[in-house]
Design a protein around this ligand. Structure first.
Ligand SMILES: [Cu+2]
Length: 206
């Protein structure tokens, strides 16, 4: 009966939330304990924090608040830590353009996928700045996917985007390709990190 199943559902939720609260309390107690030990240890080194400095015992957040912001921060830290960095060549504006491409293709482009013999075809479309991003990124991505896991990848131009086709002669890889779908194929490979650093160093135009 719907009423009873609703009640039971409610009861399960209540139990689950009690359990969650108990776990949370244990976790918070542990954090508080380790935090105060940390504060004492650090307090011995310098009990009087300078004005404007954070209490060293207090947890500092690590999330940058925005993905591209975090990617740029990491790159800047790498460039600053490297004495060989040629700051006259550093091009963070180019990196920003690439991160914008990534953002638009990942989140704004329309992806219509259909099964084809031995794989998947994806029509990736959009307009304006997104279309520019699709053309740039999908061409580069198809080149990266070619050969990965023995796949064959190609792109053909469409009036409002590109048609990317990824296939394999290995039935296991055909299932892999289809399971990944557009976003999985887009994120496959680990070439971006290296590219981002090269773009930032002014060594590559992407
Ligand atoms: Cu990238």
């Amino acid at each position: 009966l719907p009423v009873f199943s609703k009640l039971r559902h409610h009861e399960n939720n209540r139990k689950r939330s009690m359990l969650f609260r108990r776990h949370l309390a244990v976790a918070l107690a542990f954090l508080a304990a380790t935090g105060s030990v940390l504060a004492q240890t650090m307090g011995q080194a310098g009990p009087h924090a300078m004005p404007g400095h954070h209490d060293p015992g207090a947890a500092m957040p690590t999330m940058p608040g925005q993905d591209a912001f975090g990617a740029v921060q990491e790159i800047v830290r790498i460039l600053e830590a490297d004495p060989r960095t040629d700051w006259s060549k550093v091009d963070l504006a180019a990196l920003r353009e690439h991160l914008l491409d990534m953002n638009l293709v990942t989140l704004d482009a329309t992806a219509d996928q259909r099964m084809v013999a031995n794989g998947l075809a994806v029509a990736v479309t959009g307009s304006g700045r997104t279309l520019t991003a699709i053309r740039r990124m999908m061409t580069a991505q198809a080149a990266q996917l070619s050969g990965l896991h023995g796949w064959a990848a190609s792109v053909e131009p469409l009036s409002d985007g590109v048609l990317m086709t990824v296939t394999s002669v290995d039935p296991k890889e055909v299932a892999h390709i289809r399971g990944l779908g557009f976003i999985g194929l887009l994120a496959s490979g680990s070439h971006h990190q290296g590219h981002h650093l090269a773009i930032a160093r002014g060594e590559l135009f992407h």
